[in-house]
Write a protein that binds this ligand. Structure first.
Ligand SMILES: [Mn+2]
Length: 316
């Protein structure tokens, strides 16, 4: 990578470790993917798209890049999946200890075993919010527990794992899955109460691991294992906004962007997704609104409880 290249082309003085509040670590690892290769090219496509993005966010009325984004040297360890995971674990922990908001870009999903381990070491009562088409709960796959198919198995044992958008899994994963904490894509379509129910399950400290295949292939074809029936842009963004507003998001990773040079729209979508997540993290303009809204909502509920129940056909 060109040394002077900065995230989204931001000025160099905002891209130093000392100045930046955000660390953006690339792990262009593609050692265990099972179908389409190319997740190692994801970061460059993401970076290129980011450079062509407007840096003013209308919704939050903010320019979050001013917080500064530092990009360390990418992690290129690929002697084995275990060694890569260990290197990610060590490096992420190191930046967390410097009080940075650490974000990590894959690579395929096995990198998250290392990122989650680092956040779980560093933050009490961690919730891992896992957005993905796949359950990723295999204890071992193709001879290693550091395969992309095992991405959140360890998290299911060591953290409060909440899974959203799942629509593909192996029967062997049922044992490790806590279905009370899983929001299957099929159910989410018919009932949007999942948003609040998912947030209710979360502890204060939340780490988000987002596999881009959680999105519908109509908007996100550029991924190794696309699955029909996924999430769309607006509902995902609304959900994430609520999570950032109501919880302490301590970091996130985005994985499995497998770019297609003939279609750059998905790369741009991921660039925008990353920037939105940063904008939500650092501006929280709706935070008070949310509180007021929630209080008002509580008041209404209380008032409702006091008044005589309205007879409805449901009561019959
Ligand atoms: Mn996946």
């Amino acid at each position: 990578m060109n040394k002077s290249r900065t995230y989204a082309g931001i000025p160099e003085h905002l891209a130093t470790l000392e100045r930046a509040e955000v660390v953006l670590l690339s792990v262009p690892y593609d050692g265990t993917s099972t179908w389409q290769k190319g997740a190692d090219k994801g970061f460059d496509a993401f970076l290129e798209a980011s450079e062509n993005m407007e840096l003013y966010d209308i919704e939050t009325n903010s320019e979050v890049y001013e917080k500064g984004v530092f990009m360390p040297e990418p992690i290129t360890e690929n002697a084995s999946p275990e060694k890569m995971v260990e290197q990610v674990h060590k490096t992420v922990k190191q930046y967390i200890s410097k009080n940075k908001f650490v974000t990590i870009f894959g690579g395929e999903h096995s990198i998250s075993i290392g990122t989650i381990r680092a956040f779980s070491d560093s933050f009490k009562n961690l919730t891992v919010l896992h957005l993905d088409a796949h359950a990723d709960l295999r204890e071992e796959y193709e001879g290693t527990s550091c395969n992309h198919a095992c991405a959140v198995y360890e998290a299911s044992k060591t953290t409060n794992l909440v899974q959203v958008g799942i629509r593909s899994m192996d029967i062997s994963e049922c044992d490790a899955m806590d279905t009370d904490r899983v929001f299957f894509a099929e159910q989410m379509i018919y009932d949007d109460s999942w948003v609040d129910r998912a947030i209710d399950l979360m502890t204060d400290n939340v780490f988000i691991t987002l596999d881009v295949d959680v999105f519908d292939p109509s908007i996100m074809p550029s991924t190794g294992t696309p699955e029909p029936g996924g999430l769309l842009w607006n509902e995902t963004i609304e959900f994430l906004k609520k999570v950032f507003n109501e919880k302490n998001v301590v970091g996130f990773d985005i994985v499995e962007l497998c770019p297609n040079p003939l279609n750059k729209a998905p790369d741009f979508m991921v660039a925008k997704l990353y920037y939105k997540m940063l904008s939500y993290k650092f501006s929280k303009p709706d935070f008070d609104e949310y509180l007021v809204h929630d209080v008002a909502h509580e008041d209404t509920k209380r008032a409702e409880n006091k008044s005589e129940p309205i007879k409805s056909f449901d009561d019959e």
